[in-house]
Design a protein around this ligand. Sequence first.
Ligand code: F6P
Length: 326
Amino acid sequence: MATIKCIGILTSGGDAPGMNAAIRAVTRAAIYNGLQVKGIYRGYKGLVTGEIKEFKSQDVSNIIQLGGTILKTARCKEFTIPEGRKQAYENMQKEGIDALVVIGGDGSLTGARILAQEFDIPCIGLPGTIDNDLYGTDTTIGYDTALNTILEAVDKIRDTATSHERLFFVEVMGRDAGFLALNGAIASGAEAAIIPEISTEVDQLEEFIKNGFRKSKNSSIVLVAESEITGGAMHYAERVKNEYPQYDVRVTILGHVQRGGSPTAHDRILASRLGTAAIEALMEDQRNVMIGIEHDEIVYVPFSKAIKNDKPIKRDLISVLKKLSI
Ligand code: F6P
């Protein structure tokens, strides 16, 4: 710890509500502990190009309630090649940054892991993605807010679905993970969720028609996780048109609306706890770990575990949805 005097902080990959709360927490916890903080703009891109600015406590005032990220975010090609990473390292040296806190999803944590390996820099990751697909934490920053955005949208779609007696396929984000679709379906009272995790096991459309779309219901909502594995909502709507032409089908793709908005209390508290713990971890000489919360306790998860391990869907949730959608 004696060597760490200044930390750099960046957000990378897809933005997620609560990232600003995390930036605030990291900055304030670092300053509280006597460290200097530098904000790096546009993710790894800013590290390569040297878009870096010192952050004081007031630089993170009034941001806890904001969606998006004040540091901006980007996907950076230069950082994927060794020359780009060398440039990033040189900029860190020039700025006196001797540890890095990275907020993002698996791609962002992979970047931190490589940088740590190549240049022996202490890196701490915070799970920031609406997808909730990082192993080693119960939820990721932004997931709860996205889930609530989905609820709001599905509640509205239900009004028109009921009035017209239609079957709606609502596509939600998740990049090959079904957390938003499955929990979104349970929370909104949707009739089914089609998720990549069980795509190879069962024909989820067949199951739904057989079990879920009962005669007692004349409208229905199915949440579909975006994914090449599921094929997305359009694919299922096409199938219904061909295989069950008696149903009046519509598709809604929620898209990037799910990434915006003021973070929920859950995401703000999560981001505040994780951000504070990131600084504590650095002070305890922890390095190259993602900070997570499991069973309400802070945990340190080695990057290799957080990135590589697939986070499993809780199977009992599938059965809850099935039982409640009769
Ligand atoms: O990882 C977050 C996420 O929103 C995914 O759910 C989605 O597949 C992807 O990012 C969309 O990325 P982009 O904003 O680059 O289109």
